[in-house]
Design a protein around this ligand. Structure first.
Ligand code: HEC
Ligand code: HEC
Length: 189
């Protein structure tokens, strides 16, 4: 192959990937409108996604796209994105730093949650900072969102891969679920 042809191909490949990165940045702006700059949410009902684990992000998005799981807001929105775009979005947000959000929490509730949160620690870590890619970080996530999501997992509205989690959650009262959510929400990095 002639030298300038090879060079042209390298250059085209380089520009192609630079453009793809630009496009994902643009697509992510749609997400940031709700999820906040860099995926750090300012809305208690919307989860932070910046710095969340890549394979977890990909899984939940694909579950919505494939109709395995339902969400009022996310399911119809994500149907417009290709599997490749979803993978790129998951990788993009996972590279951002996980930033526990500052939120007002009832100190008694946080204390009450400490003990039952031990039932979650085997997978989510003592403070909710998980180390395996399939298990999402809970530390510093919005308490309101965590409570809502835990109730959906308990009630089978969100299908999960590991039934041990459902069992652990079903052992908790509604008040304990609220407290566990507050406990994890109060944790830093
Ligand atoms: C109109 C507001 C809105 C927009 C735009 C939006 N989201 Fe969401 N997103 C939400 C809400 C609300 C939830 C939580 C609701 C739920 O679980 O049903 C959510 C949940 C998620 C979750 C689950 C996080 C977790 O911890 O389980 C992911 C991942 C996500 N969104 C990614 C995205 C991506 C990627 C985009 C851009 C393509 C996007 N969202 C655009 C509102 C939005
Ligand atoms: C056996 C491991 C395991 C245990 C124990 C466990 N979880 Fe999970 N959890 C997971 C995994 C894996 C996911 C990702 C969803 C899935 O199953 O595909 C998850 C997801 C979640 C989510 C969704 C987070 C988000 O960002 O939307 C919440 C909330 C949650 N877990 C709360 C809890 C609570 C509360 C407990 C303890 C009472 C608990 N989990 C115990 C493994 C576990």
């Amino acid at each position: 192959m002639r030298y300038h042809v090879v060079l042209g191909m390298i250059l085209a490949g380089f520009l192609g990937s630079a453009q793809a990165a630009d496009r994902i940045e643009e697509v992510a702006e749609t997400c940031n409108a709700c999820h906040g700059a860099n995926g750090v949410s300012e809305n208690p009902a919307i989860p932070s996604i910046g710095g969340q684990h890549e394979s977890y992000l990909k899984k939940v998005l694909l579950d919505w796209k494939n109709g395995v799981s339902h969400s009022e807001t996310m399911a119809s929105l994500i149907k417009d994105y290709s599997v490749e775009q979803i993978a790129a979005l998951a990788a993009y947000f996972a590279k951002k730093p996980w930033t526990p959000v500052a939120q007002k929490l009832d100190a008694n509730l946080v204390k009450l949650g400490e003990n039952p949160a031990r039932r979650c620690a085997a997978c989510h870590g003592d403070k909710g900072a998980s180390h395996d890619g399939e298990t999402p970080n809970l530390n510093g996530q919005w308490a309101e969102y965590l409570e809502m999501d835990t109730l959906k997992i308990r009630d089978g509205i969100i299908p999960v891969t590991d039934q041990r989690m459902v069992k652990a959650i079903k052992r908790l009262s509604a008040e304990e679920i609220k407290a566990v959510a507050a406990f994890f929400a109060s944790q830093g990095k």
